[in-house]
Design a protein. Sequence first.
Length: 403
Amino acid sequence: MQRKQNTMMLRRVVDVCMTVLLLCLMAYQVTGEEAHEWIGMGMTVLVIVHQILNRRWYGAMFKGKYHAYRILTTVINVSLLVSFAMTAFCGMAMSGYAVPFLYGMAKVSFARRVHMSMSHWAFVLMGLHLGMHIPVMAAKLKLSERMKMFFSAVLFCAAGFGLFLFIRNGMTDYLLFRVQFAFLDYDKLGALVIFENILMLLFWAFVGAQAGIFCRNSQKNDKEKKNQLLPVIYIMGAVILGLVLNMVFSDESRQGFVDTGWNDSQETGSEEGGVSDPAVTNEDHRTADSSVKADPSEIQDGFVLIDGGTFLMGSPESENWRIDDEVQHDVKVSSYYIDPFETTQEEYTRLTGSDPGSFKGDRLPVEIISWFDAVVFANAKSEEAGLTPAYTVTETVPGQEVF
């Protein structure tokens, strides 16, 4: 009996630790790259421990009858395990600190996209998994009806706001494999990032709890069934609340790359395989003529002049993520003008008539364009402002452009 109680206590501790680590993993801009990797390794260990502690569940998977509640929990649990496994595998394939010897065991471009998508699926499924256990834990508290109503109202409001944040932060794009690079707000307070993650997790926990109640009610006989559709109404209400909040604040400045607010600051970085891309790189290898002006001059259309020069391209041999046959070499770049803010697909399409991006969305950033495409866009933007284009193109043959 004591052993069983100890096992149950250990399970609860592991569950709490996994939830805390998940919230930290979803706050990459707070933890940083190295800590993110080590937290991920800790999460992987806890997931393995969790499976060992619940090994009897796997032994009983093919025994007994499957009713609605059991089907739902099985689908969620198996999907959660798969998403955790894929997230861990792809994360290790990009590791530069925790397990650098595993770097490259999968193509990095593939691993990056799968890692970002699967980690967000794990976040959603973890919320549903936790929510399925809430009714059982709440029943042990023996709360009065008034307290139950109070906590239900609080969770309902928190869930609705959590969905609003989920939409606002563009999380659905991650789930649908539409994101290649994560654009994160490094200026946001760490506590606020964690708080938002908690609210988003609460939405899915709320959905899981109500879905669990609905499935359990469906197993009861007609006399025992009370307000069978109430859980569905609660879920729909939380969804409507989240959508209304999103509509109300749709024109406000929004964090992430899902709205025009995503490119409001050059301080926002990107994450590529766990690496945060600074605005200026290879600082130690730059020559004097390639340094960027401390206070760049601006022309009337808002473009900023960047001085050209020579810099060393390629990863040094000391970097774990360098390609085996990569050779460092000098690259000379002419001076050029650059927009201080990233360009949205809506603006690029309006001025050039095309958008070569692999993922679509008027307010998403432009991607996969050549230097020549960028020059054409810059000239079009200057002409729209009534200015003389900054570049003169003398040859337009692809790969042989001269300007």
